[in-house]
Design a binder for this molecule. Structure first.
Ligand SMILES: CC(=O)SCCNC(=O)CCNC(=O)[C@H](O)C(C)(C)COP(=O)(O)OP(=O)(O)OC[C@H]1O[C@@H](n2cnc3c(N)ncnc32)[C@H](O)[C@@H]1OP(=O)(O)O
Ligand SMILES: O=C(O)CCC(=O)C(=O)O
Ligand SMILES: [Zn+2]
Length: 486
């Protein structure tokens, strides 16, 4: 963790306290060796097949009634280097911006949005420098006010497109720029015509769309669409919208404009990913993201969270477009740059995103990972873990470890050893090393005849002799829950 982290870190993960089940774990009985067999994953993550060989429909994909849905046809406008720069802790040097831009390009985002060149001389220079990188996949956009001075600067930088924004809600019309809809419309047309005349892409967006009058929104969007532009944007600037409101507005807008529709969602009330999904269902074409969701206040739709959601809707489409194994690297890069930790519960890459703990879950996961996983960690270069050294463990999970350790034990013996692990874990969580030692001591004693099934006291004496720390209290009096995996 970086020294100036503003996140309150949870306890460091302990990968060694878990059983990695991706690599060599043998099957548990009665499961036909399927614990790592991803072909067993249901339609949520891959199409299933009828006996006639035809692919079954993904139950999480669009339904026939979703004729507007673009959940299998959408693009990312990655705004870490614009919205993300508005995050309280962000300061990006040109070197860092270049690293982030190259990583996003390698990941495969369609667009990278940069801070306005009007913000400062360095912002102007950085914009030019990133445009001259010649990225392979991502087009470069910059984000400006609806103002000719900003537009002139923007086109000088060499960007592929310009994202223009102006507030249309009464809040912003009164307190931000003080202009009415007539002025906004006239100004928008002038800026759009100018940017178009330079042969680059142009998008017009209404800031604070969800607190704007619908009639104002539809009127200005219809006007700019007639003028001709690449996209119009809808922005939930204060994070007030819910998925139903988003669906309704985007569906209405889809009937009014013929250009693409971009959407931008703040996460103040926790709806940023759901709103992005609802927007795509209603016919939006582009979603704004930032890495880890960083942005003004608590940020916007996170790149990883959007990917997680869209993988469920159409895994093959997402995999075909993006280099998913890079997600963790990009998140670490940005987390370091803005001096935060990746949250423990982060989508896909959080340290426990693919760690299974409770015995009931562990048994089923070992039989078929799709039982308790809607996403496959392998798709993102991640591993799955089963945590067993705690009081919620079960004999099936312990048996899987016994087999990994190549110890010959029957089910009765495994259950007996499991009871001991649970007894000890009632006092303190057992590390993977502890669990392995208990199992080895148990195995040796049972094989030599020193121990019989159902003799917990004899077993405890053996553990006291060979593993004197086995009953030690944890510093928190045995109440501390384990951290499971990395
Ligand atoms: C919701 C969003 O995230 S929108 C994007 C936000 N991004 C930024 O603000 C980029 C960084 N900003 C900056 O560097 C500065 O604010 C600048 C360079 C854009 C402007 O700086 P200043 O000229 O000092 O003005 P200041 O920031 O105090 O106020 C904003 C000005 O822009 C005007 N304005 C605000 N929004 C818009 C808009 N969308 N279109 C046109 N003008 C606008 C305001 O009326 C105000 O003008 P004023 O100088 O006549 O009062
Ligand atoms: O340009 C846009 O569409 C969005 C601007 C923005 O960051 C916001 O409104 O929150
Ligand atoms: Zn924003």
């Amino acid at each position: 963790m970086c020294p100036h982290a503003i996140d309150s870190p949870t306890e460091a993960p302990k990968k060694e306290d878990c059983v990695p089940i991706d690599t060599s774990s043998p099957a548990i009985p009665g499961t036909n060796g399927q614990q790592n067999d991803e072909s067993n994953r249901p339609a949520a993550a891959q199409p299933q097949h009828h006996s006639n060989g035809q692919a079954k429909k993904n139950p999480y994909g669009p339904r026939y009634s979703d004729f507007l849905s673009n959940t299998s046809n959408w693009s990312i406008i990655e705004s870490t280097l614009r919205e993300g720069e508005q995050f309280a802790n962000a300061f990006f040097t040109l070197e860092t911006k270049i690293k982030i831009a190259k990583a996003l390009d390698a990941f495969g985002v369609e667009y990278i949005e940069l801070t306005s060149p009007a913000a400062s001389p360095e912002s102007f220079n950085d914009c030019k420098a990133i445009c001259s990188l010649g990225l392979k996949k991502s087009k470069i956009l910059t984000h400006i006010r609806c103002h000719m001075d900003d537009a002139r600067l923007a086109v000088e930088t060499g960007v592929d497109g310009v994202d223009v924004v102006i507030g249309t809600s009464s809040f912003l019309r009164e307190h931000s720029h003080g202009k009415d809809m007539t002025w906004i419309t006239k100004q928008a047309i002038e800026v759009i015509e100018f940017v178009k005349s330079k042969g680059i892409e142009i998008r017009f967006s209404s800031e604070d769309s969800f607190r704007s009058e619908l009639v104002d929104l539809l009127s200005i969007y219809r006007t700019v669409d007639k003028v001709g532009l690449n996209r119009v944007g809808v922005a939930d600037t204060v994070g007030c919208a819910d998925p139903r409101q988003v669906y309704d507005l985007v569906r209405t807008l889809r009937g009014v404009v013929s250009c693409d529709i971009e959407c931008h969602f703040h996460n103040d009330t926790g709806c940023a990913i759901a709103n992005a999904y609802a927007a795509l269902e209603a016919g939006a074409t582009h979603i704004d993201t930032s890495v880890l969701g960083i942005g003004e206040r608590n940020g916007i739709t996170p790149l990883g969270g959007l990917i997680a959601r869209m993988m469920v809707a159409d895994p093959e489409y997402v995999k075909s477009k993006y280099n998913l194994h890079m997600l963790r690297e990009i998140e670490n890069l940005v987390a370091d740059a803005v001096e935060i930790s990746v949250p423990f519960n982060n989508y896909i890459t959080g340290f426990c995103a693919f760690t299974h703990k409770a015995g009931i879950h562990a048994k089923a996961i070992l039989a078929n990972p799709a039982t308790y996983e809607i996403l496959n960690p392998h798709d993102f270069g991640m591993s799955r873990y089963v945590s067993i050294g705690h009081r919620l463990t079960g004999w099936n999970a312990v048996k899987s470890r016994v087999e990994q350790l190549n110890l010959e034990m029957n089910d009765e013996q495994v259950k007996d050893a499991t009871a001991k692990i649970k007894e000890l874990a009632d006092v303190k969580t057992q590390s993977m090393e502890d669990v392995d030692a208990i199992l080895r001591i148990y195995h040796t004693a049972i094989t030599s005849g020193e121990l019989q099934v159902g003799q917990p006291k004899v077993l405890q004496n053996l553990l006291d002799k060979h593993m004197p720390t086995s009953r030690e209290q944890s510093p928190a009096g045995g109440k501390r829950e384990p951290m499971a995996a990395q």
